[in-house]
Design a protein around this ligand. Structure first.
Ligand code: FE2
Length: 306
């Protein structure tokens, strides 16, 4: 009889410990990536290069395909990426002035550190922190107003190692199109802390994920790029300027040909439900944006890149 205690799966290095943001081990991650790659309908929209891939994309709703086709040539230009990096950079010395985007992250962190913050930029309407651009000298006097909710087109900026809570896009139909960096998306069966995971995928620029009331409406987004040290989790703020960016479109039910019914889920994009990282309870958030794209673009265009 052996005197050595039997090894459990958790002792094996490939299994490891479940960590933020997805609370899965390395082995579970591998399995969920395989599950994501085989999901039907496909989690990702792209030009099919095999019959299998074509078949998996066949039942993606036409409204989604239309949004993806219209977005396929969108890119951030290199100067926009570089200027965003400048505005996301952390202070080199304590007390040093930081750029607009880092300032917003700090403000959001003060309000909520149940998860590391990300930035939502409304492509139409105004943002909650537009007034901060005043200090950067790019605010028109009529820009200074409260943020709007429910923009159908949103740019999201994901600092390296930061992530969203698990949230649902309710009855909307939409796309998540990667513009810069790299983004991991975990898709869940329904909106609950311990809901079954349907698959994990990584988006790189030009790749498009999607959602509708019946498919993939619940997810968590994470930027897996090196955050400059430390372990991500509640209360984490990265120490790098690296980021991922994604372009999101959300159509309300009446804007698509999709039939809808009332099942208690958020009906339109003015508010979405999420699972609070601390209490693990379902809550609702109004979809206010942090900035407006018109304003951010002005700030970026006036940022010296040398
Ligand atoms: Fe989302």
């Amino acid at each position: 009889m052996s005197l050595t205690a039997p090894r459990t799966a958790a002792d094996r290095p490939e299994y490891g410990r479940a960590r933020y943001p997805f609370h899965i081990t390395k082995e579970e991650e591998r399995q969920l990536r395989l599950k994501g790659a085989e999901a039907v309908p496909s989690l990702v929209i792209g030009q099919a290069t095999s019959f299998d891939e074509y078949a998996r994309q066949l039942m993606i709703p036409p409204a989604v395909m239309d949004l993806a086709r219209k977005a396929e040539d969108l890119r951030l230009s290199p100067w926009e990426v570089e200027a965003m990096r400048k505005h996301l950079a952390p202070a080199t010395e304590p007390g040093d002035k930081v750029g607009l985007l880092r300032q917003i992250l700090v403000e959001k962190y003060k309000k909520d550190h149940t998860h590391p913050p990300y930035i939502r930029v409304a492509c139409s309407g105004r943002g909650e922190y537009d007034d901060l651009a005043h200090e950067h000298g790019h605010l028109h006097h009529d820009d200074h107003r409260k943020g709007d909710i429910g923009s159908p087109v949103v740019l999201e900026i994901w600092p390296a190692q930061h992530y969203s809570p698990i949230h649902s896009h309710g009855h909307t139909t939409g796309i998540v199109f990667c513009l810069a960096g790299q983004l991991d998306i975990m898709v869940y069966e329904h909106l609950k802390w311990d809901a079954p995971k349907l698959g994990l995928l990584t988006l790189t620029p030009g790749q498009c994920a999607w959602l509708s009331k019946d498919n993939y409406a619940v997810h968590r987004v994470y930027c897996p790029i090196d955050g400059g040290g430390g372990t991500t989790g509640p209360g984490y703020m990265n120490s790098t300027a690296e980021f991922g960016a994604s372009f999101h479109v959300y159509l309300n039910p009446e804007q698509t040909a999709v039939q809808h019914d009332h099942d208690g889920n958020s009906y339109n994009r003015d508010s979405f439900d999420y699972i609070d990282e601390k209490s693990k309870k379902r809550r609702s958030f109004a979809t206010e944006s942090d900035l407006s794209w018109g304003l951010l673009r002005r700030v970026l265009a006036n940022t010296p890149l040398t």
